[in-house]
Design a binder for this molecule. Structure first.
Ligand code: AR6
Length: 170
């Protein structure tokens, strides 16, 4: 299993079998990642999401098809709202861990993550990156289908910060 770090748009990862959605609890379209994915996926994605609403809790993850996206699957995870959902670090870690679990259950070989909770939900960037890397790296020794975990960073600042933190760990 290897980690890739790219700058780009989560809705434009056509070589990945699955992408992760930084979802809202109703699995509806919204701003940021959810907006970009729903826009490209079309209405089928929201219809599929209605099956889970309003059951998704912070830290949980569920799978749907990709519909109009170039990916077979979307893994929807609800991040913690920073300052409201506690314990924040544990809940954020659970988003990554549960998403990886869903990928494994569906025999998915490649998955792209955005930085969950670090946009509208206000999670501090550096702390959000630390948790993402810790959980994904600690998942690596587990047997399973996953071969590539890609982090997709949206801005130059996020990309540079992520790279610096990732390189300082290895
Ligand atoms: N591709 C990759 N990363 C992106 C993209 C994109 N197209 N757009 C934004 N980011 P957010 P959250 C970055 O707000 O904090 C939604 O409205 C962004 O810079 O998408 O978990 C939902 O409906 C940030 O670093 O997710 C929910 O209500 C990160 O992705 C709520 O926001 C996550 O930003 C979820 O908030």
């Amino acid at each position: 299993m290897k980690i890739e770090v790219v700058k780009g748009d989560i809705a434009d990862q056509s070589d990945m079998e699955a992408v992760v959605n930084a979802a809202n609890k109703e699995l509806r379209s919204g701003g940021g990642v959810a907006g970009a994915l729903h826009k490209k996926a079309g209405p089928g994605l929201q219809k599929a999401g209605e099956r889970y609403a309003p059951l998704l809790q912070p830290g949980e993850a569920v799978v749907t098809e990709g519909f109009g996206l170039p990916n077979d699957f979307v893994i929807h995870t609800l991040g913690p709202v920073y300052g409201t959902d506690e314990p924040a670090e544990e809940l954020l870690g659970s988003c990554y861990g549960e998403s990886l679990e869903r990928a494994r259950e569906h025999n998915i070989t490649s998955v792209a993550f955005p930085l969950i909770s670090t946009g509208a939900f206000g999670y501090p960037l550096e702390a959000g990156i630390d948790t993402a890397l810790e959980v994904v790296e600690s998942y690596f020794p587990r047997p399973g289908s996953l071969q590539i975990v890609r982090f997709v960073l949206f801005s130059d600042e996020q990309y540079e910060t992520f790279k610096r933190k990732y390189e300082s760990r290895s």
